[in-house]
Design a protein around this ligand. Structure first.
Ligand code: GRF
Length: 208
């Protein structure tokens, strides 16, 4: 059984979706740790409410990038973490963490990639860009994390229609609901070994 660390910066509604799936017995993995770089992140509260270890770990509280990296790796090792799920985590992971957990880090992004990703593309900025582009469809993308920001093989994408009177807020709400459905399914598939990366490509299927 995989041991999952969920890393968040914000409210943690995706974390909640993962916790709920675990509680229903649908995750096929154990959430063993929640990490946030923000002391007051709603995600930490959700973790505590679910009786999960909740750790505040901010790069800003360390003297050097290396010291932060070592603390993060140490924390992950102490909790025997085998899969990392980024869920609204607004920091780039240290490259050594990406290498240590190669092909075992997932991220959820609220739009198609690579079109609507990259530095600065987070929160309402993403949905504003989608509306400005005039595309008919958007929707969450779950991808394996590599050394580039918002990059790496796509594990799943859900199409969400853009409606004529959508605002960034209405679109965000509809996309978020789709995120909550897809992320637990992807984690379950990865945890079961149905979905994995081989030579930089995603192989397998989400369900089955
Ligand atoms: C989600 O839209 C996710 O796609 C993005 O950040 C947001 C996190 O929301 N990476 P929440 O904290 O899970 O509610």
């Amino acid at each position: 059984m995989m041991n999952v660390a969920v890393m968040c910066s914000g409210s943690g509604s995706n974390l909640q979706a993962l916790l709920n799936a675990e509680a229903r017995g649908e995750l096929g993995a154990r959430i063993v740790l929640v990490i946030s770089n923000r002391r007051r992140a709603g995600a930490l509260e959700r973790a505590r409410d679910a009786a999960k270890p909740a750790e505040y770990l901010s790069p800003r509280r360390f003297d050097s990038d290396d010291a932060y990296r070592d603390a993060l790796l140490d924390l992950l090792r102490r909790h025997d973490v085998t899969l990392i799920c980024l869920a609204g985590y607004l920091r780039k992971l240290p490259v050594d963490v990406v290498r240590t957990y190669a092909d075992r880090i997932l991220n959820i992004h609220p739009a198609p990639l690579p079109q609507f990703g990259g530095p600065g593309m987070y929160g309402h900025h993403v949905h504003e860009a989608v509306l400005a582009a005039g595309v008919a469809q958007t929707g969450p993308t779950v991808h394996f994390v590599d050394e580039e920001y918002d990059h790496g093989p796509v594990a799943a994408h859900v199409a969400v229609p853009v409606l004529p009177d959508d605002t960034p807020d209405t679109l965000a709400e509809r996309v978020l609901a789709a995120e909550h459905r897809i992320y637990p399914r992807v984690v379950a598939a990865v945890a079961a070994g149905r979905l994995r990366v081989e030579q930089g490509q995603v192989v397998g299927a989400l369900d089955g």
